[in-house]
Write a protein that binds this ligand. Structure first.
Ligand SMILES: C[S@@+](CC[C@H](N)C(=O)[O-])C[C@H]1O[C@@H](n2cnc3c(N)ncnc32)[C@H](O)[C@@H]1O
Length: 206
């Protein structure tokens, strides 16, 4: 198996294609994340792999700060309380701690998924929360075999919650979780995942 580095992965037709759903609205985000997504005044919310940002536009108001980050420069217009950053989530980080980090069906296309989860957890302000769709089956050993329970055990020991049925990962609180895996590269030929769309496997040494 030949593994892709980030630069090659970002150019892959699996990561940038017009078949993926980039247009979810707020009601869909609520269902996918299992959150009410009420944003009290002053809330700072970062949405990784935000797609069109439709959900964010529905939540935006002058008294909140919402930032959507995506590789693709194709968003709904920015509005008070909402801005967009065109960047790989693998390289971007917020300037100040945030209250909420979400990633709706974006991790499926990221290379170093575990590295991103660790970094995103470390951005949270006290009491903050990270929630993302995450398929543990997409995280593999160097030989391509799933890390499976080794991964879910390590995630829970690090303080992440993992909802196997809904394939959702969460983190609450401060600090930077530690995970005992070294990223090797990505496989964009993994085929469809549970969503039915072609996704990216991420390979790690443990
Ligand atoms: C299935 S879409 C989901 C979009 C949005 N969250 C929604 O639910 O409507 C996945 C998005 O991830 C973005 N993406 C994939 N890899 C990325 C990366 N490394 N950095 C930033 N965005 C990425 C794609 O451009 C695409 O917009």
């Amino acid at each position: 198996m030949s593994l892709l580095d980030d630069e090659k992965l970002w150019r892959s037709s699996v990561v940038a294609n017009c078949a993926m759903n980039r247009e979810r609205g707020l009601a869909s985000y609520r269902r996918e994340l299992g959150l009410d997504l009420e944003v009290p005044p002053g809330t700072r919310w970062v949405d990784l792999c935000c797609g069109s940002g439709k959900a964010l536009a529905e939540a935006a108001r002058e008294d909140v700060t919402i930032i959507g980050v995506d590789l693709v420069d194709h968003h709904v217009p920015a509005r008070p309380g909402l801005s967009f950053v065109v960047a790989p989530v693998d390289e971007w980080e917020p300037d100040v701690p945030v209250d909420l980090v979400t990633c709706v069906h974006g991790l499926h296309y990221v290379g170093d998924k575990l590295g991103l989860l660790v970094r995103a957890a470390s951005w949270l302000a006290p009491g903050g929360r990270l929630v993302a769709n995450f398929d543990v089956a997409s995280v593999r050993r160097a030989d391509g075999a799933p890390l499976g329970r080794t991964l879910t055990k390590a995630l829970r020991e690090a303080g992440f919650s993992y909802d196997n049925r809904n394939r959702r990962i969460g983190w609450t609180g401060e600090g930077r979780p530690g995970l005992p895996f070294t990223y090797l590269g990505a496989d964009d030929q993994a085929g469809p995942n549970y969503t039915g769309q072609p996704a990216v496997h991420s390979l790690y040494d443990s």
